[in-house]
Ligand binder design. Structure first.
Ligand code: BG6
Length: 494
């Protein structure tokens, strides 16, 4: 099914997200025939720009970042003609009345039926006033549907997120709000449900009787890049933990939904978040969570500066660029199974992997405690390689008795001809057709903040437990200990 007729409003149209992700996503949808021909895009930013200049920007972005090459596109001019630009001061309500005129015009011209998707690629502080101005300017008076798509960070903690939500809710209903967590748009994150619930091989074992632990690694080689100002205020737990990592836990831990409806799936995810164990006090936090910050180091022979020397970062910053945690989902299925999660900047590789470590077989005639037996592992490779890896035990070939681990390794992203859609492509498509499954609902966001706030407040009480790791290393040693004390280890990635 294609997306509905849509008038896209891209706020922040001269920014990085629009250039790297949004324009290429719209183009892919267009090329694949997923977008109705009756669509238009209004790019909005403060900077003055003509339609022609804006179309050149869009063309440049597609040439650089899109999955499809625009050079081969005979209909390029037709596509570019759907893009319009308006310079807008978002603090001026009168400007929105002007925007309405343009919107009504394009609505008629492309016969869009009044359907409007407002994508705010803006700082969250602006979400409330922009929503309000959209309403005051009459942009929500059109006859079709209205949807607001917003980016993280959704608040800084629970109280600020609540405030932000209240502001937006004065204008939009919950079912009109699409909160992006781009990890939910990733192919292999969506695949977790399918692999779990469509395989007799896994579903019966997916519980505390057979699973020893689950590990989620989200490692990055980059530092804070040009985002020092934002990042230093946030830190790794807010930047990656509150959203992407907790969302991946919900996908791994949720019960099967009774229907394939967005609300049913989101209800199941909420139940997982409600079962997350909230650490009681600062000592419990210290026992279960490791935080680190990178000091100077090197990667592949290239020297790398310390976090505190990055642009926009105070030289005495105690913000974490790494965290690892042992998390529990206290429900019937998962009682006693640790979920180990870790993420960091300036680690040795860029990867996202989810590992399920199964419990070992009880000692039997095929092996004894003297023969070392590797546990079965199921690995979802999310990023950059997409695939599924399964590790099992088999007989060592030949006449000498022995057991060896063997692997079945399916690499989806290596298959020729499979060029899987980018996360933003799926999410924009879903927003335009009104499917909110892979967007986060308010109750998910608020429960995630509740979990994170407990840790953050303990860190404020005990600022001395920040550990330093050399840029280019795998993070503080204490993160190894977190598992070693339970008799486990982090499985190597890739
Ligand atoms: C973003 C974070 O949400 O995710 C960034 O703000 C991080 O700090 C990025 O680099 C990672 O996303 P991906 O898709 O490249 O793994």
């Amino acid at each position: 099914i294609g997306a509905d007729r849509t008038l896209f409003f891209i706020f922040g149209a001269t920014g990085d997200l629009a250039r790297r992700k949004l324009f290429p996503a719209i183009y892919s949808l267009y090329r694949e025939g997923k977008l109705s021909k009756r669509f238009a895009v209004i790019g909005l930013a403060r900077r003055p720009r003509t339609n022609e200049q804006f179309r050149d920007d869009v063309s440049g972005s597609i040439r650089e970042f899109a999955r499809y090459k625009s050079e081969e596109d005979k209909q390029w001019d037709e596509f570019a003609g759907h893009f319009h630009y308006m310079s807008l001061d978002i603090n001026k309500p009168e400007a929105f009345a002007e925007l309405r005129k343009l919107a009504d015009l394009l609505d008629d011209q492309y016969d869009i039926g009044g359907n409007r998707l407002f994508y705010l690629a803006l700082a969250p502080e602006l979400f409330g006033s922009v929503s309000n101005n959209l309403k005051e300017g009459g942009l929500l008076d059109s006859s079709g549907w209205h949807r607001l798509v917003i980016e993280k960070p959704f608040g800084y903690d629970l109280p600020s997120a609540q405030k932000l939500n209240e502001q937006i809710r004065q204008v939009f209903e919950e079912d009109e709000i699409y909160r992006i967590d781009h990890y939910l748009g990733k192919e292999m994150v969506q695949n977790i449900e399918v692999v779990r619930f469509a395989n007799a091989l896994f579903e019966p074992l997916w519980n505390n009787k057979y699973i020893a632990n689950i590990q989620i690694t989200l490692s990055e080689t980059v530092g804070v890049e040009e985002r020092g100002g934002y990042y230093d205020h946030a830190g790794a737990l807010r930047d990656m933990g509150q959203n992407h990592m907790l969302q991946m836990i919900t996908m791994m831990a949720m019960e099967p939904p009774s229907r394939m409806e967005p609300e049913d799936i989101r209800d199941e995810k909420v139940k997982v978040l409600r079962s997350l164990r909230i650490f009681k006090n600062a000592d419990e936090v210290k026992e279960h969570v490791v935080r680190g910050q990178y000091s100077a180091g090197e990667l592949k022979g290239k020297p790398l500066p310390a976090y505190r020397n990055e642009e926009g970062v105070p030289s005495d910053s105690v913000t974490e660029t790494y965290f690892a945690a042992k998390v529990f989902v206290d429900n019937f299925r998962w009682a006693g199974v640790p979920f180990y999660i870790r993420t960091g900047k300036r680690l040795p590789v860029k990867t996202t992997e989810v590992v399920v470590e199964f419990k070992n077989m009880p000692e039997n005639v095929y092996f004894s405690s003297k023969t070392k037996l590797e546990p079965n592992l199921l690995v979802f490779r999310v990023n950059p390689t997409e695939g599924i890896y399964l590790k099992m035990n088999a007989k060592r070939p030949g006449s000498q008795w022995g057991i060896v681990p063997i692997a079945m390794d399916f690499c989806q992203s290596c298959e020729v001809g499979i060029n899987t859609p980018e996360a933003y492509e799926r999410l924009l498509f879903d927003a335009a057709r009104g499917d909110s499954t892979y967007f986060t609902r308010w109750d998910e966001v608020s429960l995630a903040w509740k979990f994170v706030d407990r840790i953050e407040s303990a860190w404020r009480e005990q600022s001395t437990d920040l550990q330093y790791y050399a840029a280019g290393s795998w993070g503080p040693e204490a993160a190894q200990q977190l598992l070693a004390s339970d008799g486990f280890k982090w499985w190597p990635v890739n």
